[in-house]
Design a protein around this ligand. Structure first.
Ligand SMILES: C[S@@+](CC[C@H](N)C(=O)[O-])C[C@H]1O[C@@H](n2cnc3c(N)ncnc32)[C@H](O)[C@@H]1O
Length: 358
């Protein structure tokens, strides 16, 4: 039996003042039902409330994106905490006022620093740089579901983003690995691991260069970059969001081919991905997984939500409208619709897929 990491004990977290003032309990209570469904919907509810005292100061700094005075900064954080915040460039000082580079969410019992979100034109909040969305939450739910009865030694999150998945993996596995091509994502993952008193090995690399160096993972989580974005349209953090190849799924095909060098014999890969649907195609044909999966593997696919092409085009246009101010929003939607029509994509099926050896 492997010893699992115990995390979030009071003296291990880097900002014990959060525990002292009940930040996590307050965050969860205020964000109520959205808490386990969508990080930005939950954050919106927390943003809409007000607190007083030290919790109010923490809320101003980490939720409301306001600066706090030097005396508030010294009152609320110990010397050790201030040092950690400054060394990691989480806070900065201007004219004796302190502000934070990140907002501080609470997700599934973990504290999570993430870039301040952007507001789209329909008031939806979206991640600006480091990716976090409801699909990250789907991954947490499926890790909980598919790892309950297993003893895990090595686990991996391919494209670890904010580090949220690594935090969950660190609760159930002896050794955790995270890889991301984005230097900022790796930095944020490290900060979030430290903040929660958890450990993982982090690699800043293209997964393609790393695949053959590490092997034998008992659980691999993949929430790949996927979005289809027309040429000439700017999209936030394209490396985290815009897929490779015509249908955006080349990266997934690549990972599937590499499975024998990645998974242990009893290992599982959990894949959370949006699959483009073609008009008239049967559901089981929507992603030709079999063609790319080495013959010794099998998969079970579970459909989540279905989204029409027009809904997706609106969401995508809305997400990037602030980066394309010269294009009117309705024209931007049309640019996406034209691209989807060219590719004969009638909608998307969100899926959760479990891959194991036969
Ligand atoms: C959709 S995000 C998922 C983040 C995180 N796993 C989660 O679910 O919240 C995809 C992540 O993959 C990373 N990524 C994209 N291409 C990559 C590559 N070739 N090698 C390694 N990481 C990559 C991006 O930087 C991004 O952080």
């Amino acid at each position: 039996m492997f010893k699992r990491q115990e995390i979030s004990s009071l003296d291990e977290i880097k900002l014990p003042t959060l525990q002292k003032h009940g930040y996590a309990g307050w965050y969860r209570k205020v964000s109520s039902e959205s808490y386990a469904v969508d990080p930005w919907e939950a954050y919106k509810l927390v943003l809409a409330t007000s607190s007083s005292g030290c919790l109010g100061t923490l809320q101003n700094l980490f939720i409301k994106h306001c600066s706090i005075s030097e005396s508030e900064f010294f009152d609320v954080f110990s010397e050790q905490e201030r040092e950690w915040l400054i060394q990691n460039e989480i806070v900065q000082e201007t004219e004796k006022r302190w502000s934070s580079k990140y907002c501080l969410l609470v997700c599934f019992g973990f504290y999570l620093f993430v870039d301040w979100p952007e507001k789209s034109s329909n008031e939806k909040l979206v991640s600006s740089q480091t990716y976090l969305s409801s699909s990250s939450f789907d991954c947490i739910h499926s890790i909980k579901k598919y790892s309950a009865s297993n003893d895990l030694f090595n686990t991996l999150d391919v494209g670890c983003g904010s580090g949220l998945i690594l935090l969950q993996l660190s609760k159930i596995s002896e050794k955790v690995f995270g890889i991301d091509i984005d230097t900022e994502a790796v930095k944020l993952s490290r900060i979030n691991l430290e903040l929660n008193g958890a450990k993982a090995s982090l690699v800043n690399s293209d997964v393609a260069d790393y695949l053959f160096k590490k092997a034998g993972f008992d659980l691999i989580n993949v929430n790949p970059t996927w979005r289809i974005v027309p040429e000439g349209v700017n999209y936030p953090n394209p490396i985290a969001r815009v897929g490779v190849g015509n249908d955006g799924l080349d990266y997934v095909r690549y990972l599937l081919k590499a499975l024998p060098s990645l998974l242990s014999n009893a290992g599982k890969m959990l894949l959370r991905v949006d699959i483009p649907l073609s008009e008239g195609a049967k559901e089981e044909r929507y992603f030709d997984l079999k063609r790319y999966l080495p013959p010794q593997y099998r998969f079970k696919m579970y459909p989540l939500k279905k989204v029409s092409a027009s809904q997706q085009c609106r969401v995508s246009a809305d997400t990037c409208s602030y980066l394309n101010p010269e294009i009117d929003l309705s024209d931007l939607v049309r640019v996406f619709e034209t691209k989807y029509r060219q590719l004969n994509i009638s909608g998307l099926q969100e899926i959760e897929c479990v891959i194991t050896l036969k």
